[in-house]
Design a protein around this ligand. Structure first.
Ligand SMILES: Cc1cc2nc3c(=O)[nH]c(=O)nc-3n(C[C@H](O)[C@H](O)[C@H](O)COP(=O)(O)OP(=O)(O)OC[C@H]3O[C@@H](n4cnc5c(N)ncnc54)[C@H](O)[C@@H]3O)c2cc1C
Length: 324
């Protein structure tokens, strides 16, 4: 029995979220008195694979298969489930991002397991496996008892600190069977946004809503983001109106984010928006309407016109940075 973590890589590189995942899984492996194995798919350098050993993994498995060149939830979940079966892993942990959620549910079905999506805390008990997760779009917590043959968890990004625990690791290549039927729908071409800070990885996000009136007003949002070293994101109507690309849309139907600081500018704070952002450590809302629901959820609120507040805030932060 071992704890298996699927550590996604982006063009052969791991990100902070992969190390958070291992840190979390390592604590569970210790509680369960077992080993932690990391699995990744694709071409990753040995040096990069070794970095997984800093956060508790004692074994790193890598699958290099041309059929897995592109992410397809069916093939990836099948590959991860096969590895879990070979290792007799009873606990499988993935990141709670778009690909992680897509594979986790499928792995759980394949292995007759139980799946808790979006966990943020360590389990209170391993046998039975009891873990706390958010419920009702983040308005409540619920303790889940998982009684399937395997336990599948997806960990919210930015919800667990990095804990170094360097071990001597072994790195092995492993093969799996990929069913051609699972490749019936596959991407023909992929266009990736390059050179941008990913919103799911950024520590600070500056987010704009319909209160900004139009795409021509995003300059001040980008300037504030540059000053703070942040990424920009937006509410759904903003993406639907094509003021901003859909990859920036956060919320129930968009990306789920959990930065250290989330600044919402001209966003009302509808439940569907908050569902994707309310795991942020600190939330700041800037809105002209003092009744805007965002003020209920925010840690800090500025009632005012974004067109005055944002440039003033940017100047104040620049001055502060210049003197510190
Ligand atoms: C099934 C479903 C799923 C959905 N999923 C999502 C989702 O994933 N993400 C999401 O965001 N939404 C989602 N929505 C839509 C959601 O319900 C809201 O309609 C949306 O979040 C509102 O976007 P907004 O706050 O930008 O716009 P609005 O609701 O129009 O709010 C604009 C805000 O800007 C303020 N404002 C106006 N002028 C200024 C100014 N000069 N300075 C400062 N503030 C100003 C206004 O007071 C207002 O509060 C979903 C809805 C449904 C039904």
């Amino acid at each position: 029995m071992s704890v298996l973590v699927y550590t996604e890589n982006w063009d052969g590189k791991f990100k902070k979220s992969s190390f958070e995942l291992l840190s979390y899984a390592n604590e569970i492996a210790k509680k369960a008195n077992t080993e932690l194995t990391a699995l990744t798919i694709g071409n990753v350098s040995e040096e990069e694979l070794k970095s997984l050993g800093k956060f508790g993994a004692s074994k790193v498995l890598v699958i290099k298969d041309e059929k897995l060149k592109d992410f397809i939830a069916k093939t990836y979940s099948s590959a991860i489930a096969q590895v879990a079966e070979k290792l007799d892993s009873k606990i499988i942990i993935v990141a709670n991002n778009v690909s992680g959620r897509a594979v986790a549910a499928r792995i759980s079905v394949k292995l007759d397991g139980s799946f808790a999506p979006g966990v943020m805390h360590l389990p209170s008990s391993i046998e039975p496996f009891v873990v706390r997760k958010k419920a009702y779009s983040g308005k409540a917590f619920s303790d889940f008892e998982l009684t399937g043959k395997v336990t599948v968890l997806s960990l919210n990004p930015n919800s667990f600190k990095l804990i170094e625990d360097a071990k001597g690791i072994t790195i092995e290549e492993i093969t799996v069977e990929i069913n051609d039927a699972d490749l019936a729908a596959k991407p023909k071409s992929v266009e990736k946004a390059t050179g941008k800070l990913l919103i799911t990885e950024a520590e600070i996000l500056v987010s704009g809503g319909r209160g900004l009136k139009g795409p021509e007003n995003w300059g001040m949002i980008e300037e504030l983001a540059t000053t703070l070293g942040a990424a920009t994101c937006c509410s759904r109507p903003v993406a639907d109106l094509e003021w901003r690309p859909h990859e920036e849309h956060v919320g129930q139907t968009g990306k789920v984010v959990a930065p250290n600081l989330y600044i919402a500018v001209g966003i009302s704070g509808a439940i569907q928006h908050l569902a994707g952002v309310n795991s942020s450590k600190v939330m700041v809302a800037i809105n002209t309407d003092e009744e805007a629901p965002f003020f209920e959820a925010a840690d800090y609120g500025i009632i005012g016109d974004a067109f005055k507040v944002v440039p003033a805030l940017n100047e104040a932060i620049k001055k502060f940075k210049a003197h510190s």
